[in-house]
Design a protein around this ligand. Structure first.
Ligand code: 9WN
Length: 452
């Protein structure tokens, strides 16, 4: 499987260099994932970045989340991108003129003063807010950090649990692959195949100015991403959603792409537990939120667990409401939940160690997709490479379930590769060779978190 990536010799400590990446990516109110490739604020990146930043500057970590939530829409959605007005329009595609969140005829509830996208990303934010608070409770209380964040976080979860419950079973749906955050995962191949791509000449990809074409999604993928986003925009970013109407009617909305994803929902559950703790810290009751998190965990198991695969799968609501038979790392992320049924957690650990993901054996970090899958490609974005955020989540999950030795080994590997690759965006899971951008925000932040 090739030669293991040969790390350069470094003299400054990992901690100091990670902090320097976050400093270099800081724009005054938030942190960009990458100066070149992603020059704006991204939603789930900011949550992961805040988790690391709290060890360097609790104030900046609080500000990171506050800046993101200042762009929250009136319906509670937190946009996946908050655009930096001083960055040229052609630096990233799709730019604000594509999303049109604040132009004439702007969609209902979009903020007036800041330009955003209209789709969302995984809800890691309440979890991040709680961890940021805990890093410096005195500062947090003085600034009223949690008191200000709580209603916004609650509205965000409300949006996902009501407007995005397109399947009617209680879980949140994503309506675009960018929402789930693992853009070109083979899990989306079947649901995306039904979407007519926008013609390649109708848009210009800025990502190829900075990233190698063979490491990025294809033009055909992009055509479909653009079509889906444009249709959602042209519908005013309205969602269907389950409504407790008099007849309990179920309106699945018009979304052509609607998927229940295990990672997105596991993060929502973890964040709901965090929100319960935040409520208690503020002197309110957390029990209703805990009960809701338990109900969501049950729904996750009922809807998405596949005993034969030994992992969770995605449910394609527009594909006959069937499970997608692809093993993506998203199906392992629920290990993060300490209250997952024991037999399921044990099966997930077995799957992680088995031939499809090969933890502690042939790979250096857990790949984003099945090593034995037909679509596996060790360099193409979310179709095989190992990512630091998903490995951090799995490290947390292994630890939560008492798999201390495996968690320690994963932590060591993660720190080593973050260091050796100058905080790469993602790596070849076999060799550790860096791919995508370097100086990547969440890689630096999560390495920092694991140093503590
Ligand atoms: C689209 C910023 C984001 C991450 C996603 C990752 C990538 C964007 C892109 O970069 O997606 O949102 O342009 O490819 O897939 O997880 O949040 O780092």
């Amino acid at each position: 499987y090739g030669v293991a990536y040969d790390p350069p010799v470094t003299t400054t400590s990992l901690h100091a260099r990670a902090a320097r990446v976050l400093e270099a990516n800081w724009t005054g109110g938030s942190t960009v994932p990458s100066r070149n490739l992603y020059p704006h604020q991204w939603s789930w990146d900011s949550a992961f970045i805040a988790i690391g930043l709290r060890h360097v500057s609790p104030l900046r970590a609080q500000t990171e989340l506050e800046t993101l939530f200042a762009a929250q829409w009136a319906d509670g959605r937190v946009p996946h991108i908050v655009f930096n007005p001083s960055v040229p329009l052609d630096a990233y595609f799709p730019s604000p003129d594509f999303w049109r969140s604040s132009t004439a005829g702007r969609p209902a509830g979009a903020p007036r003063t800041v330009q955003t996208s209209g789709i969302v990303q995984p809800p890691v934010h309440a979890l991040a807010a709680w961890l940021v608070h805990r890093a410096d409770p005195a500062l947090s209380r003085t600034r009223g950090f949690l008191a200000r964040m709580y209603p916004r976080l609650a509205a965000w979860h409300r949006y996902l649990l009501h407007r995005r419950d397109l399947g009617g079973a209680g879980l949140a749906c994503v309506v675009h692959p960018w929402e789930q955050g693992m853009d070109n995962s083979p899990c989306w191949d079947a649901p995306l195949a039904r979407i007519t791509p926008a013609p390649a000449r109708s848009f210009r990809r800025a990502d190829l100015d900075h990233g190698a074409a063979e490491d990025r999604p294809t033009d055909l993928d992009y055509g479909r991403y653009v079509r889906l986003a444009a249709d959602y925009r042209d519908g005013g970013y309205r969602d269907g959603g389950y409504r407790d109407g008099p007849g309990g009617e179920h309106d699945a909305g018009g979304a052509e792409f609607a998927v229940e994803d295990p990672a997105f929902n596991a993060l929502l559950i973890a964040s709901e537990h965090a929100l319960a703790r935040i409520a208690e810290e503020l002197g309110a009751a957390g029990s209703a939120r805990r009960a809701r998190a338990e109900r969501l965990t049950e729904a996750l198991v009922t809807r998405l667990w596949d005993a034969e695969a030994g992992m969770f799968l995605c449910r394609d609501l527009r594909g006959g409401d069937a499970l997608v038979p692809e093993r993506g790392v998203c199906g392992l992320i629920p290990l993060l939940l300490p209250r997952l049924p024991r037999d399921i957690a044990a099966a997930l650990v077995r799957t992680l160690r088995g031939p499809h993901f090969s933890l502690g054996d042939r790979t250096r970090l857990v790949p984003s997709y099945d090593l034995l899958g037909e679509a596996f490609d060790p360099h193409r974005y979310w179709r095989g490479p190992a990512w630091f955020n998903t490995n951090w989540l799995l490290e947390r999950g292994l630890r939560a379930h008492g798999e201390t030795a495996a968690a320690d080994a994963l932590r060591t590997a993660l720190l080593r590769l973050a260091d050796a690759t100058d905080f790469a965006e993602y790596v070849d899971p076999y060799t550790g060779e860096p791919c995508g951008a370097s100086g990547f925000g969440w890689t630096a932040a999560l390495a920092l978190d694991l140093c503590h």
